[in-house]
Design a protein. Structure first.
Length: 276
């Protein structure tokens, strides 16, 4: 009697064929690019500053053109500075992606600037720097029979939050009112979108070669292109020395933001082109 043996062999063959079909259906979408992960549009992501915390909120688009649901999808991001030091780690909650659909997965990355050392924080605020991020993706497929794991990375440039500080000595002028003398020194800077509508503290210092020193502080409203004027008080003697055009003068403007500072300094060895 060979029928039972034949039936057993047919059954084994059917199981093997089923496994082969499952494997093929699992692997083909991966090979053919049927599963994709990425930002739909680079403009979709928006960096914001909330207090001292920088946040990125963006929809991560996951497309599943395969035959089975993607289950237990986990996506992790690790941001690093140019030296490879970890700045922030973020991992989205696990979720499932139905077969034949594209799903928007909300992601959020948070970086508290006060968690960084002061030099790194200062670079992010005033200088701009290079950053790198690593992406880790893990998921299950084909009724949890197939596991997927993908790691990648990329570099990105980070623009300064406050930059291009300039002391505009060419536009400085003296002012006299009710017997009081001041030197008005304009300064300009640029503010990134993230910090616009915020404020920074500016300290303007003035001294001459005879030892006269004065300073003034002011709050600066942050916008696209900023023009501010600092009115520094002068004594009568300091004013007279400036008027002769024979005095060496120094002006320094220092910006303070999130416990970090950056300054621009200019020294003049001849009379400024004073306005009225």
């Amino acid at each position: 009697m060979k029928l039972p043996l034949l039936a057993t062999r047919v059954g084994i063959l059917a199981v093997k064929l089923s496994v082969a079909v499952l494997v093929a259906l699992s692997i083909l979408p991966l090979l053919m690019g049927g599963i994709g992960i990425g930002l739909e549009d680079e403009e979709e992501g928006e960096w914001t500053l909330d207090g001292s915390t920088i946040r990125l909120e963006a929809p991560l688009m996951v497309s599943n053109d395969g035959f089975f649901d993607i289950t237990d999808l986990r996506v992790g991001f690790t941001f690093k500075d140019k030296d490879g030091n970890v700045l922030a780690v973020s991992e989205m909650a696990p979720m499932d992606i139905p077969a034949g659909r594209e799903t928007a997965v909300p992601i959020e990355i948070a970086l508290d600037l006060y968690d960084l050392d002061r030099q790194t924080r200062s670079d992010l605020i005033f200088n701009g720097t290079d950053m790198a991020f690593d992406l880790s993706v893990q998921a299950k497929y084909t009724w949890n029979l197939v596991g997927m794991s993908v790691d990648g990375g990329s570099e990105m440039g980070w623009d300064a939050l406050l930059g291009d500080l300039q002391v505009r000595s060419d536009m400085a002028y003296l002012r006299e009112m009710d017997g009081n003398h001041t030197v008005v020194v304009p300064f300009t800077l640029y503010a990134n979108d993230m910090v616009r509508d915020g404020q920074a503290l500016a300290l303007t210092e003035y001294w001459d070669s005879q030892g006269y020193y004065a300073n003034v502080t002011q709050m600066v409203d942050l916008s696209d292109n900023i023009w501010e004027e600092a009115a520094v008080p002068l004594s009568s003697e300091a004013y007279d020395r400036v008027m002769t055009g024979e005095e060496q003068l120094t002006v320094r403007v220092t910006l303070f933001f999130l416990d970090c500072s950056n300054y621009e300094e200019t020294t003049f060895t001849e009379q400024w082109g004073w306005g009225g």
